[in-house]
Design a protein around this ligand. Sequence first.
Ligand SMILES: Cc1cc2nc3c(=O)[nH]c(=O)nc-3n(C[C@H](O)[C@H](O)[C@H](O)COP(=O)(O)OP(=O)(O)OC[C@H]3O[C@@H](n4cnc5c(N)ncnc54)[C@H](O)[C@@H]3O)c2cc1C
Length: 559
Amino acid sequence: MTSLATHEVLNQSTPWSGANLYDGNLALQDALAHHLHGHDPTRLAALGRQAGSAQMQMHARLANAHGPQLQSHDRFGRRVDQVEFHPSYHALLGAALQHGLHGTPWQAGPGAHVLRAAAFMLFTELEPSVLCPVSMTYAVTPALRANPALHAAWGPKLASTEYDERCVPFGDKRAVTMGMGMTEKQGGSDVRANTTRADFDSDTPWGRAFSLTGHKWFFSAPMCDAFLVLAQAPAGLSCFFVPRWRPDGSLNPIRIERLKDKLGNRANASSEVEFGGDTTGWLVGDEGRGVPQILAMGALTRLDCALGTAGLMRQALTLALHHTRQRRAFGKLLSEQPLMQNVLADLALESEAATALALRLAVAVDASEHGDDARERMRVDHGHEAVMRRVLTPIAKFWICKRGAAFAQEAMECLGGNGYVEEGGQGVMARIYREMPVNSIWEGAGNIMGLDLLRALRSADVAAALEHELAPARGEHAAFDALARTLPGRIDGSTDEAQARVLARDIALLVQAALLRRHAPDAVFAAFCGARLAGASDVFGLLPAGTPFGALLERALPH
Ligand SMILES: Cc1cc2nc3c(=O)[nH]c(=O)nc-3n(C[C@H](O)[C@H](O)[C@H](O)COP(=O)(O)OP(=O)(O)OC[C@H]3O[C@@H](n4cnc5c(N)ncnc54)[C@H](O)[C@@H]3O)c2cc1C
């Protein structure tokens, strides 16, 4: 309570700070325990503590309040093409790399991608926009393998847990980060329309070098040390490795024209760049096969979009629970009002289901990345996991990210007017709301995910794989069985394009329900099936009478 000259400040909640984000997240703990039985949670608990600390929250606020600044030229008129960030941005990015959220799983054993996924969700609860370069650095490794010389040289520094922010030649760097450039003015989804040109220059120890001429309309984290870029070579659209510095120690010209003035994601710089014919790119993979090559990277950043949104949902839910347990209206705490309990419980269901689905996709990635010995030891069905990875990537990216914006709006409303205000502390809610849509748009917007799902259906026996995946929940809930029965006839590869979103939603909901059956309490599974599978739920807070709100909220509380 604070006394001012005219009144006392009453009935306002305290800032949410100082909690261990891992210890308080039962949904994440149970999902992890199911997939990685007996894992050591020490590092996640350490990250959870750090990510919930007041000091790191201050960095998140400052990095967003004092966004990146472009320095295109120095004061003598020479081009420098640098972006300057607030020290808090560097503190956050350094912490993310120190926790190995980028390249380290590629150097570790089975389970590393799953633990990294959990850590990525936790860090997102602190600050998502610095995770853009972290995610791209994580995702680049499989694509880079197609150029063994580059992979051998860059792989170890991409996995280093140091952070070296200096813009200096590769040989002088202790650690590096990478980004990607596909989107051009005339097309982002349809990258085959790219006009950037690649002309052969010379054979080098890093393979075939080309000169690039053209532009990229969205080019995030331009202070990364290198980028994978698409350009039209004589044999067709190809993937190129474009470092900021050439091996001979000269700057590789990447002209940053402007920084985007974005709705959210403000701590992260997204730029427009030009390649003036003097920019060198090294071919990665086969000439003319640029799209599948760069999509090896894009598939993993899509995983991170799902993980990141699940993390943001958890953060928004936590803030809503925290506030409503302190704020009174009409004689009772908001959290005791039946209609508010319905809203909060519904948000809790959505948050847990998103966490479960995003982590399930990470499990599939992990399983399909390890050798036969490891798979045998983990008793993983490689064929099944490979199909799950292919199908769940567009489904999880589409559905979780699509639910994110509506989720953030509802969670914000739980805080009333304070939720809409930008100032520090609980102003975080406004930041979450502004951040949510980007995960749905970048790395393939919703419709593109729907179309990709249709391609996935044609590439494998998805019906059989889903039959297996959904088996644990069969016979457990009438609504689940009824919806699951419709699937085989709808996934025969001839699905009408216009129905792709409907199909993506239905598979997402069924897989989420089956996961909740495997690692959530009965009450969560039953409430989810009743609320999501029996009919469309257009807004939150429509859970039917008889739903055990108390049990759902007790589980969701950030203990
Ligand atoms: C903050 C931010 C950062 C970004 N950073 C990067 C980056 O670092 N590197 C990079 O390469 N890109 C980046 N992007 C670009 C992003 O990936 C693209 O904006 C996105 O892929 C969509 O492309 P577009 O903007 O050209 O829209 P379009 O391709 O014009 O799409 C517009 C709409 O049409 C829909 N659509 C397209 N084709 C079809 C179809 N066949 N059927 C039905 N619907 C269709 C899409 O789903 C979308 O809703 C970034 C974007 C943002 C917002």
